[in-house]
Design a protein around this ligand. Structure first.
Ligand SMILES: Cc1ncc(C[n+]2csc(CCOP(=O)(O)OP(=O)(O)O)c2C)c(N)n1
Length: 545
């Protein structure tokens, strides 16, 4: 058997159904083996698109997404999407081709040391130097990707890929179980919660990765504690649960943040420091008592020094804690915070300003989508508006990159969402900057008959950076650009293009676009003049309640 065939057998044995990637001379043996397997190869137009697809596939399925590139330039192109999976903690297996073994010690066409490059953005990176090691290396890669919810990297040299060998069998996965904390520790944590005068739960993406949303809601209900989520924790608790007070993550005193500020105790569940520095919500004073509940013990951070760390199975540890904790009384302040966010969104339902205000766009997106439909946000000012205002009712219905925060994720990410959840509606929401960082993947979507809606917040600028510049320098510079005609661009790809000309048009346009049997690009002129309020005024307003 050819080694590349054995490699693909191992991928099949891991349950891989899609590989996203771009070919190169050095990976055509592997591609030929994939071609004659049950795995579907999704040919993309840029390796970063392939990596973003694998990244979002991993987040949605909790199985590693797989992406593939050639050596050198293919590998370097794939890096951004893989680095995003690293800081956003998505399980992913990245495969790159490599020069033959005998060419690696000297100057050689397209050769760079990819292992060195990938080492710092993966939990594990390995070159296959002997074909018979393939089953062990692939098995180990998938275990690490799942257990650490992280990307891993396998390098397959060209000469190894086409070696013939007497095939070993793929190895089977041994089920791994997570720890459950000793009852003694759980009781102590429960006593601390009962004693604390004011408590809040801060839920992060770890809840979603661990599929612990149900346990979180049960725990919050039995202890009667309000829940704020991070951007990537959106949907960990339904936005219409009376305990959900909204999203934190802006570097400002936004609504839900005030709840965090007021609480004496923070129960951080599945919270990742990478998303939202502890110094923003527990600054210098470091006076909050923290209980950390996650799959692993906490990152060392001087502003995040929990009194208790319950590491292991999040759901089971929450259940045990919920069984012994005393029900608390919630101050009305927390409910007020929650109502204000809802009021802010509905207040823009009839807003006729044109260009549209971001709040109106978010309102219309929410109206057009069902509870379990999916929004994949790109990175920019639009992400902040979506994160704070868009109510998410289920886990993984708002996909946001907030660890690595790479522009360009939304279009390939939304495509991955469509591969995984064919029956759900999907919107890729992006700025005009991020759109053109991944627009080439529209061709991939059309070729694969993927119907989704791409909604562009069009301000002819890198909007978020303008906001930061204005905040710091009271002026803006180096952020303006000119856009192509997005409708014409859409039709040149074979997609539908709609340009919004007045605010009232957006709701119907979105609903129709989501029903279309075609990919649709909606170009929405946006008025970002209120962006600065994301950083300034909100905090002042909130002080008054
Ligand atoms: C790949 C990448 N390059 C640069 C940045 C820095 N950055 C963050 S937001 C932003 C502007 C985004 O502009 P746009 O996509 O138009 O969205 P808007 O802010 O206007 O909503 C930039 C340049 C980044 N996060 N990722």
């Amino acid at each position: 058997m050819k080694a590349s065939r054995l490699f693909v057998n191992c991928l099949e044995s891991e349950g891989v159904d899609y590989v996203f990637g771009v070919p190169g001379e050095e990976n055509i043996d592997l591609l030929e083996s994939i071609d004659s397997s049950k795995i579907r190869f999704i040919l993309t137009r840029h390796e970063s698109g392939a990596a973003f697809m694998a990244n979002v596939y991993g987040r949605l399925t909790h199985k590693p997404g797989v992406c593939l590139s050639t050596l050198g330039p293919g590998a370097t192109n794939m890096i951004t999407g893989i680095a995003d999976a690293y800081l956003d903690k998505a399980p992913l297996v990245g495969i790159t081709a490599q020069s033959p073994l005998e060419a690696m010690h000297k100057e050689s066409h397209q050769y760079i040391d990819s292992h060195e490059l990938f080492k710092s953005i993966t939990a594990w990176s390995k070159m296959i130097t002997r074909a018979e090691l393939i089953p062990e290396i692939v098995r180990k890669a998938f275990d690490i990707a799942v257990d650490r919810s992280s990307p891993v990297h396998i390098e397959l040299p060209e000469d190894i890929a086409c070696e013939e060998l007497k095939p070993p069998e793929p190895l089977k996965r041994t089920p791994h179980s997570l720890d459950i904390c000793a009852m003694e520790t759980i009781k102590k944590a429960a006593e601390a919660i009962s004693r604390s005068s004011s408590c809040i739960i801060l839920a992060g993406n770890g809840v979603i990765r661990s599929e612990a949303s149900k346990a979180l809601l049960e725990f919050a209900s039995s202890a009667n504690i309000p829940v704020a989520t991070t951007f990537m924790g959106k949907g960990a608790i339904p936005a219409d649960s009376e305990l959900c007070i909204g999203t934190v993550g802006l570097q400002a005193r936004d609504y839900a943040f005030c709840g965090l500020e007021k609480a004496v105790m923070v129960i951080a569940v599945g919270y990742d420091c990478v998303e939202y520095f502890p110094k923003f919500w527990n600054p210098n004073g470091r006076n909050k008592r923290i209980i950390h509940i996650h799959t692993s013990h906490p990152e060392i951070d001087a502003d995040y020094m929990p009194a208790f760390s319950l590491a292991g199975d999040i759901s089971e540890n929450l259940r045990r804690l919920g069984a012994v904790v005393k029900k608390k009384k919630i101050e009305s302040y927390f409910f007020r915070l929650r109502d204000i966010v809802g009021e802010e969104l509905s207040c823009f339902a009839e807003d006729r300003s044109f260009p549209l205000r971001p709040q109106r766009i978010v309102y219309e997106m929410r109206e057009a989508l069902g509870r379990d439909d999916i929004v994949v946000s790109d990175v920019g000012a639009h992400k902040l508006w979506i994160a704070r205002l868009y109510p998410a009712y289920e886990a993984n219905t708002v996909i946001i990159s907030n660890g690595f925060s790479s522009m360009g994720i939304s279009i390939p990410g939304a495509m991955a969402a469509k591969f995984v959840c064919k029956e759900r509606k999907v919107i890729a929401a992006c700025g005009d900057g991020g759109f053109l960082m991944s627009a080439q993947e529209i061709e991939t979507a059309i070729r694969n008959k993927i119907n989704l809606v791409i909604l562009i917040f069009n301000d002819s600028k890198y909007g978020l950076i303008e906001m930061k510049e204005r905040q710091k320098f009271r002026k803006s510079f180096s952020v303006d650009f000119k856009n192509p005609d997005f409708s014409k661009l859409a039709s040149s790809f074979g997609a539908e293009g709609i340009r919004i000309e007045k605010a009232e048009q957006l709701g119907d346009a979105l609903k129709e676009a989501l029903k279309m049997n075609k990919l649709c690009i909606i170009d929405v002129p946006v008025d970002y003049s209120e962006n600065i309020t994301l950083m300034e005024k909100l905090g002042n307003n909130i002080c008054r309640i």
